[in-house]
Design a protein around this ligand. Sequence first.
Ligand code: ZN
Ligand code: MN
Length: 131
Amino acid sequence: MIARNTRQKQVILNILSNTTCHPTADWIYEEARKVIPNISKGTVYRNLKILSQSGRITELRIDKSARRYDGNGHNHYHLKCENCGNVFDLEIPVRKELDQWAAEKTGVAVNGHNIEFFGLCRGCLLKINRS
Ligand code: ZN
Ligand code: MN
């Protein structure tokens, strides 16, 4: 039982570490079935929840239609392209000072923050500039 759970988690982690597309649970399920044909959707969803709660992966709410998942559990910023709909990592340092700024300005306690950017990805910008 424990071995099976470990394997299911490992398969999901492998799928996430081999893609940069920040996939939905349904996409991950389709990929997991190629490795474990009898895996259920519920099992995939449950493992995604456990892995994100433990901080091993990140659950993204950037997409209003479906939650997306990221094999990188460390905080980093994302851009959702309003043209192609893809979600990209932004290679810029996390502004940790924002936590202290928000706390000092409002008197709340801040444990962290997420930033979601919206705009156009490099690929879409290139296409627009070419046409
Ligand atoms: Zn795009
Ligand atoms: Mn990411």
